[in-house]
Design a protein around this ligand. Sequence first.
Ligand code: MN
Length: 479
Amino acid sequence: MNFWFIAGSQFLYGEETLKQVEIDARKIVDGMRLPWKVEYKSTVKTATEIENVIKQANFDDECAGIITFCHTFSPSKMWINGLAKLQKPWLHFHTQFNEVIPNEEIDMDYMNLHQSAHGDREHGFIGARMRIPRKIISGYWKDENVWKRIANWQRAAIGVAFSKDLKIVRFGDNMREVAVTEGDKVETQIKLGWQVNTWAVGDLVNEMDKVSDEEIDSLVEEYFDLYDFDKKDIEVIEYQAREEIAIEKILKKVGAKAFTNTFEDLHGMRQLPGLATQHLMAKGYGYGGEGDWKTAGMTAIIKSMYPDGSTTFMEDYTYDFKNGLILGSHMLEVCPSVAENKPRIEVHHLGIGGKEPPARLVFEGRAGKAVVTSLIDIGGRMRMITQEIECVKPTQTMPNLPVARVMWKPSPNLSTGAECWITAGGAHHTVLSHDIDSEILRDFARIMDIEFVNINDDTTPVLLEKELLMGDIIWKLKN
Ligand code: MN
């Protein structure tokens, strides 16, 4: 995927100026170091040119978003008809070709050429007037902090493109009686583009029966390259390989990038997929336990923003109130991309689901800054809740805990952070990512027109309650 750079201008300043605008715009594009390619597209001077380039951007599946910049003045009524049609993420990059004002060189010609302070304000007005969701980044184009912010916006836009194309396979329904994993799939498809559909567990079992010994051997070899293991567990591990291969075949057939299953519906299967699901997540698939398709979708989206990143499905489990820590895990399914040490394949009894003891990866999560994210259906709208956290090396060895474990301090602290999370209605399931900056998720939510809540060091329950009350009124007016 790539991004289009469009310089706004007009004919007022003559051909020479327009040529210079293009030369400078190309230098800006070539001079920035960003994770996804930015392509200089054109310098637009008329309403027709603007409408045409935006229609092309909408139609081009490879274009993940447009970046606009007004080196000179670009009267914004020219932009109305084009922007009214814009369907791609928009970054208004407010920069200037030269970093400083040259004392000797500056005259009125120089001013007319280097007037983004002027042109970008006119450009900003029309975005505000038309209430188009857009990102505004201001700063000098050679500044690495500016690159980092543009890179973050690119990740949000990549996530948007991925989301609009996302298919999620549900093997079985949500866990009985659970509320937070429910939600309006039609609303989600309208807002986020996700196609969430169910597939019979029986079809998965049929697919499992068709997996060949060669396919299993080759995947088991891959497991043994990546993970520590005990040879005595080989048969159980082979069964997980059979499950993984069958699940992935169905995902590929459907074109799906995320899936869910539930321990309550494993009819015809001998083990709950553990290692299988963990290895699929490591390959980039999203997953949510107990039919949690919203967390499955968000896991896949955040993984799409950081293809080689450290992101997993997660669940809040147990507290250490004394040290202000949360122990997170799941009954099996934590992605090894967040592991500190080499994961080990272990086989243990699973008290839930009434099936054979499954193989799973056991490891400790990495320390470092991270963000947890929960997407909920709050009735009438989707709400994304994010929280800044600091992962720590687990403080205990927990030798009898047979699952992967991650430990963290939530912001602003355990008690207040939990109060805020619960006030906002955040789920026990989350996506935990060491990569993501919550600004990226805020940008994603703005583009998708869903509510966004961030819990950080400045959040208090009183302020948050006010924000949520205001949100209720705003979103009732909006929708
Ligand atoms: Mn769960």
